[in-house]
Design a protein around this ligand. Structure first.
Ligand code: NAD
Length: 263
């Protein structure tokens, strides 16, 4: 069977784990060159990189830069351009969370979350777009969140950043509409990944709850299906957005949230 993304290059930020790794695997299965990014155990990352090459029959590059720093984002985009000429599919996925009441919210956490969850997407996009324009084809996909459309208490920085990502995406869609480049958000509800698991202790503290109460009464409370979204369901949406069938979907916010934001 022919691979639908053969000859394309996909760069996925924050792809050593969770949703990002699922995107990388699915796009590699379709033959794309892949640039993965993120932190983690070097040996485990190298194993993933090799597995991506095996799946794609193309190349996979690991670029481990810290995307809270604009100079490191520039270095990552330069590495991708040197290896592959440029990036056809940009998935801005790296993100972090911190849960605290506004009056206790650490200022440095606010700055970090805004820089990683929002500002990094501005930098990767501005650096990726000239090549996409030259190809008259491109896909920019943000992993936003249900929190790009609605809020929850104690997540001021995250909710602010994700709403901002929605605005950036609409702006990109309008600017790039006549260049064959689409820009869209994918907005999952709760997906079972390390990011969700790691916020349970702080939520327990902030809301004075047990682990089970946080899982059922906070995380899944707003998700009418009462099921966590899977990373594969999120990746499948990204692959669809890369297809020709999705060429007229731009500026959209595709929710995969078990009905959360329908309420
Ligand atoms: P995760 O913690 O499993 O993965 C986060 C990735 O980002 C990792 O690869 C990590 O190494 C990388 N990363 C962290 N800090 C970085 C930095 N400074 N520079 C570069 N990379 C960095 O999380 P996940 O749940 O897979 O989340 C991925 C995205 O999905 C995030 O933007 C998150 O906000 C969003 N999201 C997650 C959920 C969920 O329920 N898990 C729901 C909606 C949206």
């Amino acid at each position: 069977m022919s691979k639908s993304l053969a000859g394309k290059t996909a760069l996925i930020t924050g792809s050593t784990s969770g949703i990002g790794l699922a995107y990388a695997k699915l796009l590699a299965d379709q033959g794309a060159n892949i640039v993965i990014n993120g932190f983690g155990d070097p040996a485990a990352i190298e194993r993933e990189r090799q597995a991506l090459e095996q799946a794609s029959g193309a190349k996979a590059l690991y670029s481990g830069h810290d995307l809270t720093k604009p100079a490191e984002i520039e270095a990552m985009m330069t590495e991708a351009a040197n290896a592959f000429g440029g990036v056809d599919i940009l998935i801005n996925n790296a993100g972090m969370q911190h849960v605290a009441p506004i009056e206790d919210f650490p200022v440095e956490k606010w700055d970090l979350i805004i820089s990683l969850n929002l500002t990094s997407a501005f930098h990767t996009s501005r650096l990726a777009v000239p090549y996409m324009k030259s190809q008259k084809w491109g896909r920019i996909i943000q992993t936003a969140s249900a929190h790009s459309l609605t809020a929850s208490p104690f997540k001021s920085a995250y909710v602010t950043a994700k709403h901002g990502l929605g605005g950036l995406t609409k702006t990109l869609a309008l600017e790039l509409a006549t260049f064959g480049i689409t820009a869209n958000c994918i907005s999952p509800g709760y997906v079972w990944t390390p990011l969700v698991e790691n916020q349970i202790p702080d939520t327990m503290k902030a809301r004075n709850m047990t682990r089970e109460q946080v899982m059922n009464d906070v995380l899944l409370a707003g998700q009418p299906t009462k099921q966590f979204v899977t990373v594969d369901q999120v990746a499948a949406m990204a692959l669809f957005l890369c297809s020709d069938a999705a060429a007229n979907i731009t500026g959209a916010n595709m929710t995969i949230d078990g009905g959360w934001t329908a309420q």
